[in-house]
Design a protein. Sequence first.
Lengths: 402, 414
Amino acid sequence: MTVAASEAYGRGRFARARRGYDGVVLAVPVTVPYQRYSIEAAPWWMGKALRALSEGAGISHREFDGFSVASFTMGPDVAIGLTQHFGLSPRHIDHVPMGGAAGIVSIRRAARAVQAGDADIVACVAADTNRVDSFRHLLAGFSRFSQDAVYPYGAGGANGSFALIARHYMDTYGARREDFGKLCVAQRDNALKNPNALMKKPLTLDQYMSARPIAEPLHLFDCVMPCAGAEAFLVMREETAQELGLPFVRLLSAIERHNAFSEDPVQVRGGWVVDRDELYGMAGVEPSDLDFVQTYDDYPVISMMQFEDLGFCGKGEGANFVRSNTFTIDGTIPHNTSGGQLSVGQAGAAGGHLGITEAMRQLLGTAGGTQVKDAELGIVSGFGMINYDRGLASAAAILARP
Amino acid sequence: MTEPLPKPKRKNPLARTNQPLLPPSSRSRKAHGFTRAAAHGRFMLQRCDECGQYTYPTRDACPNCLSSNLPFRDAPASGTLLSETQIGVTSDPYYRERMPWRAGLVKLDCGPTVVAHLHGDCGGPGSLLTLSLQLDRAGQAVFFGKPLSETPHMEDDRQLRELTADPKHRRILLTDGRSSLAPPLVQALKKAGAAKIFVGIADRWKPFDGRAALEIIEGVELVDLDLTSERSVQDLAKDIGAKVDILINTADHVRQVHLFDAGAAASARDTLDHTLMGLMRLAQAFGPVVRSRGADGVNSAAAWVNVLSVHALSSVPQFGIHSASQAACLSLSQWLRHELRQGGVRLMNAFAGPLDAEWFQTVPPPKLAPKTLADAIVDGLKRGLEDLYVGDVAKDLEARLLDNPKAVEREAGQ
């Protein structure tokens, strides 16, 4: 390899300054309320989401000339097949099979498409169904590396893999279960104000601590509940939103980075670290300017890593950061204000879109019971695809009230 | 510290027999490089032939230099435990019955990080481990981590026992008590903790050397078994079939006949009746019950062993009919392996060179001492192997066949 080690990450030697996302906006956040199990297929949920987008925008879905879809359960269909299913005729089409990073990745791609005029209105849809036995099949066949080298070892699925990451993180940095519990309890508090959350009962730290083990050190409330559901939003140019009379939020900056730090023997950081200076630089803001944080919370240890990797504290300081802050809607760091996946449910690939639609509502002032007072600026983060021993995809975006 | 495995209680005849389930068995084709290594008890990883880097999980291109030249090579099996978990909940039915399950992330000294099953005696993160490749109940290769040095009753670890066919507390059937292999095999199995050894004898009225020695060993029971008689095989299966946890087919039939001899076809039929058809009769009578008992507690059915001549793999003219019969047995053995795997029961083929016994009187050394073969079989069961090449002749032939099978063919009989 001729690429110097110093260039292996971050900006390559051919890099030049990235163009901003000027004039790119997001509108019409849609959540199709989740169900624990569904007898319907993924396209049923996508159809619901598309209809809600169309009604929300006040135009026919045939006017969406961009279509970006994320789903684990849409097989054997691909995005192109779904255009026929839904009567779409797009000129920008995208299938973003990146799990929890799919939402932000679709924003990035859609943003460039509308900026360049390749599309005017991109419908970004994530939907998954959850049949009684479908999660087992998803785990068993998740990836070749997982099938060959992870699933045969106790078949713990993502829980087993993140248990290894969590145990190592705890051993290395001194995080305790109580610290993870604090995040989970705060999110449950938030979820009680969100009518769409599947979890309806309060959670105490005692309940968190005494919950049954799932894969040590993970216990029941460290794990998301797989469910069926859909999340969606529209990406367009500001002028289009104004023409349609739609309230919108601005995209200030967005990053993605995949398979970063592959030399770390166990994952202790994600790709955000590589590009976060650019994330904040492009947006012209600092972490302390943000009014709320929506992390990707498939497990609280991953949220803790994001606090570090997104610059809220240094590496290894996540536990202390959690101890010295509060994370409810009225907390010092309003975090996963919808309740997050841990308390709303994880609708497959829609899990990464959940933070986006919630962030949009916060900035549009339509978050209802979960509204953070005077929210003007927020960050949303995505993470996904535990292909073998670590999550490969990481992404983040900063959104602002106009 | 591993608790010694308690002797199983007598089975309640009214209790339902647990149905065998298999661990997840989907693998990419490349991953079967590990299947081969595990079947032979070797520790191998993909290593790039261009840049020398070991890689895992199995890939089709080297992540360091993108070479597609990634053969499986013997690799150092030591590493350090980085992290571990006890999985308590799974949606997989096999593991669900076996929760909690200990697994960990191991950094191999040669580079890659592997997820491995962990022996109960392994220390926590930071401990040094030795890894092995084992075949699981589905016949698929998995990594198993254990402490660097032996611990008491190590073989009784419940996760390890899923990956072996250890004779401890198990009941064995040897099909041919007249074989020179029988006495040392009985001794080796006893030493390994076998609970009971049935030894099949055809025509019990005919005396043979070693009978007295067999009879006086505690836990040995001589039983009528004539592999050339369907009735005899069926009768024995009805009698003891549900009590056979490991079946070791030691039957052989060696006659030196020239291909052009007038009686060659009749001799061949006779040999095939004892060997191929004998195995077929055994498979039909014992196969179904053995397969159904793959998850029947501490003394579940665990393995079926076929002792074969290494000339099953390539004919040797002096023993042409024998070679042909052994080749046929090998083929049948692969079929039987497929059937037994569905019950989580492993099939081990022990390929041997000529034994130092009467029927190979004319063969020059090196010849294989029956005790060496017996010890190798028991060792193979304890390690959960699938193919054994025992003795210098068998190992030599295996290596030469890998190198150039045509050379083996031309040089045979010279």
